[in-house]
Structure formats: structure tokens, C-alpha cells
Design a protein around this ligand. Structure first.
Ligand code: CP
Length: 312
């Protein structure tokens, strides 16, 4: 069973560990179709959702996941907590620990915040997105969705197009999908590609037509205006012209190619509505799968560890 205290990123997480999470998630996928959408696996455990940055999908998904496992859930938003009075992450963590939670889910604007928290608390920590670093459960739900649609990862051509530079989703997907055997191509203007990213084993392509040619999966990423100071491209119109996913640009992809986006989307900037809402799109399936994947992560971290401790 997954032998970790925390899930902070997909860098360094092995193929077998990722597959164990995906296989476990598969067992949770049908729970929303049941009359009673609950299993007792985390009854008696407490999960804290600590969100220092705004979120729709991740926060809601973790709360639903924890509740479907019968955990007690506490939601902590920085804007309505004592963080707004100047309390540090460390002091907040110490105070939360004084209330004995079993797991803290942390989203934070600073890269490395989840690693820092994990060194300060004895409970489990799950990174729900830290700055531009990683968003491991998004990478896992993307891998789960790809496996559901494509069956296997080996040799799969996955193109990630958009604001790679600021994207924690891109980093988690690069680590996760490469570990699983997919061939990952990144596509963006040179200003939105991290320096020397090829060292992670990916191909970089600045032409969208070349990047999409023959792709099995195309994942569009949001242009993260909130992390941009100054101009990374001449205009939104020019960006959409060169890097926006349209039906015309998708013509070169494999006939069975699927289109993904982690959300939230800038329609008309990185993706046209005809693609986002079109037959290739699996964007809402990603969201549904996210609940099952987060249930699996919580279950394997919290129950797996307790089971091992009892056995020891
Ligand atoms: N994909 C994702 O992280 O979305 P939210 O910012 O809404 O959580």
C-alpha cells in the first residue's frame, strides 16, 4: 500500500504507486451512482481543507471526496481566517494541529508551501497546488481520465499547450505521464516555456500545428494572467491565433484524440468553445474523476498508514 505520510508532488512518485492510486480510484468511481453516496472508510477521521488561493474544482472535490469517505471535514479559507490579520502559515499550522486533524489539504500561492507544512505537522499533508510548482491530484486525475479513454500510457502522444511557465498542472503531468510511459510534447511561445525544461524528458515545439500532429491527447492550459507581470505575448488576439485550440487546429490530431483542460478556462484565449464543448472534450469527465482520485489519495494515505501502524 502507498507508503507515504504526504502527497506533495508527482516528481519522484513511482509508476507502481501511481497505478495503485488509479486502481483504487477505479473502485470509487461508481459511488455517485449509488442511492447512498458514502462508504465508511474514513469514519472518525478529520480532514482540513486549507485554501490560501481561490479554487472551485479542487476545494469542492476534496470536500466531497472526504465526505463520501465519511470523514469530518473542516473548510479553512485564508480570506476569512486569522491569516487576514497577519498570522503566519507556521502559526496557523500549529493551531490546526492543536485540534488533531488527520490530514491537511493545502493550496497556497507560494511554491514549496506544502513541503514546508509537511515538515511542521505530524498529520498527513496533500498539496492541492503550490504556486507554480505542482498540483499532484490534478496530474493523477488527468492520468486516470487518459487511462479510462486510451487504456494504456506506453507510447501515447500527449501534447500540453498553453502557459507552461506558470503551470503547476503542467509540472505534475510531465512527471506523472512520463513515469507512466507517455511521450509528452510541450507547446507555447518561447516566453511561456521554462528554461531547459527538456531535461525533464519532454519535447518542446513552438508550432501548434506540429505539436498537435498525430496527438492522442491534447491538454490546453489556462493563460495565468494573475501570475504575469508585463507582456508574455503581444495581444490576446495574437495568442489565440497562434496557440488557441480550435476545430481547425485539431484537424491534424489523431482521429480519436481527446481534449483536456484542468479549468478554469479562458474561452476564446487558449481554447474555443467549439472545442471545449465539442465531442473530443473530456473536461467535465476530468472533474468527475477528480472526486474518485481524491478519495483514493485520502484513503491510501490515511487508512493505509493507520493499518500499517496497527499491524506493526
Ligand atoms: N483545476 C483546478 O485546480 O481548478 P481550481 O483552481 O478551480 O481548483
Amino acid at each position: 500500500m502507498l507508503d507515504r505520510k504526504d502527497l506533495l508532488g508527482l516528481e519522484g512518485v513511482g509508476r507502481e504507486e501511481i497505478l495503485e492510486i488509479l486502481d483504487t480510484a477505479k473502485g470509487f468511481v461508481d459511488i455517485p451512482q449509488r442511492t447512498v453516496k458514502k462508504v465508511p472508510a474514513l469514519r472518525g477521521f478529520t480532514v482540513v481543507n486549507a485554501f490560501y488561493e481561490s479554487s472551485t474544482r479542487t476545494r469542492t472535490s476534496f470536500e466531497i471526496a472526504a465526505k463520501r469517505l465519511s470523514a469530518d471535514t473542516i473548510n479553512f479559507a485564508a480570506s476569512s481566517s486569522s491569516v487576514s490579520k497577519g498570522e503566519t502559515l507556521l502559526d496557523t499550522a500549529k493551531n490546526l494541529m492543536a485540534m488533531a486533524p488527520d490530514c491537511i489539504i493545502l493550496r497556497h500561492q507560494l511554491s514549496g508551501a506544502a513541503h514546508f507544512l509537511s515538515t511542521q505537522v505530524t498529520c498527513h499533508v496533500v498539496n492541492a497546488g503550490d504556486g507554480t510548482h505542482e498540483h499532484p491530484t490534478q496530474g493523477l486525475l488527468d492520468a486516470f481520465t487518459i487511462r479510462e479513454k486510451k487504456g494504456a500510457f506506453e507510447g501515447l502522444k500527449v501534447t500540453i499547450v498553453g502557459d507552461i511557465l506558470h503551470s503547476r498542472v503542467a509540472r505534475s503531468n510531465i512527471h506523472g505521464l512520463s513515469t507512466l510511459g507517455a511521450n509528452v510534447t510541450l507547446c507555447a511561445p518561447p516566453t511561456l516555456i521554462p528554461v531547459a525544461v527538456e531535461r525533464l524528458g519532454v519535447r518542446v515545439e513552438h508550432s501548434l500545428d506540429r505539436a498537435v500532429a498525430g496527438a492522442d491527447v491534447v491538454m490546453a492550459l489556462r493563460v495565468q494572467k494573475e501570475r504575469m507581470e508585463g507582456g508574455y505575448f503581444p495581444s490576446p488576439q495574437e495568442y489565440f491565433e497562434l496557440y488557441g485550440l480550435t476545430n481547425a487546429r485539431m484537424k491534424g490530431a489523431d482521429r480519436e484524440c481527446i481534449v483536456m483542460h484542468p479549468g478554469p478556462m479562458n474561452r476564446g484565449l487558449e481554447i474555443a468553445s467549439e472545442v471545449a464543448d465539442g465531442p473530443r472534450s473530456v473536461i467535465l469527465e476530468q472533474v468527475s474523476n477528480g472526486v474518485a482520485v481524491r478519495m483514493a489519495v485520502l484513503y491510501l494515505l490515511v487508512v493505509g498508514r493507520k493499518t500499517r501502524e496497527t499491524a506493526d
